[in-house]
Write a protein that binds this ligand. Structure first.
Ligand SMILES: Cc1cc2nc3c(=O)[nH]c(=O)nc-3n(C[C@H](O)[C@H](O)[C@H](O)COP(=O)(O)OP(=O)(O)OC[C@H]3O[C@@H](n4cnc5c(N)ncnc54)[C@H](O)[C@@H]3O)c2cc1C
Length: 409
């Protein structure tokens, strides 16, 4: 089979690209290959399913029939094993070969490898519907869970267990949660909230070994403590699915598939979008990956348009927001890099915190706790690269309204 457009990955980036192409080109042949067995579902909603706030059926965002109606050849449960850009072909694990004129890599990521000695019946992760189903099935019998890691998924896991009235122990490798975004004072606000929900957060601590003991799991930590648990859930971040690109000549960076601002890779006619794309960010000037739903959706759209011949630059301030244990946390833009300074304002009584990251007097990123209304204002300041150096002192004070800073148009 040869297709005009071939898409690897049936997540939100891949599906959005396929549908965008179809809107632009009614005649083209389009195929979407996904190793998962279901059509598109919402990863973002998996925690709500686990908290029993929604039914499993509500996770699904498309049916197979909807792909048929749009004449998109949906190939589920088919894993791509290689890409040959010279011949314009991909190979599947089932030994089939599919040809393409244009290719999109939207293969997302998977949970970082869990050490061999920590895998087993007590070990959980949360990336796919199967992961969620397995945890869902066992939640009723879990009484003393551990969460490992301090990622956004860890926060989700903490809340899932707290909602099920089994607040966990959480083991954090670094000195506090979200070391990349929060300083110690911001982390203390989070920590106090964990305590209020019965969560025992242990810092500078990793798991060194785990072995079964009386139908439970005995976990030894790097601080020589022993914890008896019956679930160990990992929120240790993801790595991008790029293994099948080895030898293809498609350039990969530190994390994902390198693209320019049009989401084009170095190989002609080959694009990348979503979690897997290490794209040229025209706002920050950096090449980086972003792991959010909205980013994947918008990149899928942008890549789809560019694949049919438009020239759309991908431009958006990266943003991740989460409501967790009654707190609202938002991370915007770039929070690290050479020459980046920070300004912090904090109102402990109201459990509010803002950390601004500035480079050359321009805000390049922020971390907010319980300051959601400031998000659009800050996104605008970051996007427009409005100089805020002269407000540096006022930014330390919550009485100063950041909305009063005139945005460069
Ligand atoms: C539990 C959870 C909660 C989240 N909550 C939020 C949130 O609140 N807000 C937010 O913005 N983001 C959230 N995210 C992140 C968000 O879901 C992702 O950024 C987004 O789904 C990425 O979409 P994608 O299409 O790029 O990749 P994916 O959804 O990872 O899709 C990639 C697809 O490609 C397939 N694939 C990979 N390799 C191959 C291959 N070789 N052959 C064939 N198919 C392959 C994969 O199986 C997968 O189906 C959450 C993620 C999880 C797991």
């Amino acid at each position: 089979m040869r297709y005009d457009y071939l898409i690897i990955g049936g997540g939100i980036a891949g599906v959005t690209a396929a549908e965008t192409i179809r809107e632009e080109d009614a005649q083209a042949t389009i195929a979407l290959v996904s190793e998962e067995t279901h059509p598109l579902y919402s990863r973002v909603m998996l925690p709500r399913y686990l908290k029993r706030k929604i039914q499993r059926e509500q996770l699904f965002l498309r049916t197979e029939h909807q792909f048929t109606q749009k004449s998109i050849d949906l190939r589920l449960a088919q894993e791509v094993s290689f890409v040959d850009t010279k011949r314009g072909e991909i190979g599947l694990v089932n030994r089939a070969i599919l040809g393409f004129k244009k290719l999109l890599i939207a293969s997302g990521g998977r949970v970082k490898s869990i050490p061999e000695n920590l895998r087993g019946e007590f070990s959980y992760r949360l990336q796919t519907l199967e992961d969620a189903d397995r945890l869902f099935k066992n939640l009723y019998k879990i009484t003393s869970p551990i969460v490992v890691g301090s990622s956004l998924i860890s926060l989700e896991l903490l809340e899932i267990f707290a909602v099920h009235k089994t607040p966990p122990v959480v083991l954090v490798r670094g000195p506090h949660f979200f070391r990349e975004f929060l300083d110690a004072s911001g982390a203390e606000i989070l920590h106090a909230n964990f305590r209020a929900h019965g969560i025992d957060a242990q810092y500078n601590t990793t798991v060194t070994s785990a072995e079964p003991k009386d139908n439970m799991l005995k976990v030894l930590t790097s601080r020589y403590s022993e914890i008896i648990c019956d679930a160990m859930a990992f929120g240790i971040g993801i790595e991008r699915n790029i293994g099948f690109l080895h030898g293809s000549g498609i350039e990969c960076g530190k994390a994902g598939v390198k693209t320019n601002e049009f989401l084009e890779t170095n190989a002609e006619g080959v694009f990348a979008a979503g979690d897997v794309a290490e794209f040229q960010d025209v706002i920050s000037g950096k090449q980086h990956v972003v792991g959010t739903w909205t980013n994947a959706f918008l990149q899928g759209k942008c890549a789809g348009l560019n694949m049919v011949g438009k020239r759309e630059i991908f431009k958006r301030v990266s943003s991740y927001s989460i409501t967790n244990l009654g707190f609202h946390i938002t991370i915007l833009g770039e929070c690290d890099g050479e020459g980046v300074e920070d300004i912090i304002r904090i109102d402990s009584a109201h459990r509010q915190y803002e950390r601004f990251f500035l480079k050359d007097g321009i805000i390049c990123g922020t971390a907010l706790i319980n300051r959601f209304p400031d998000k659009p204002i800050l996104a605008k300041l970051i996007e427009t690269r409005t100089p805020v150096g002269e407000y540096a002192e006022q930014l330390r004070d919550f009485r100063f309204d950041i909305g009063s800073i005139p945005v460069i148009q």
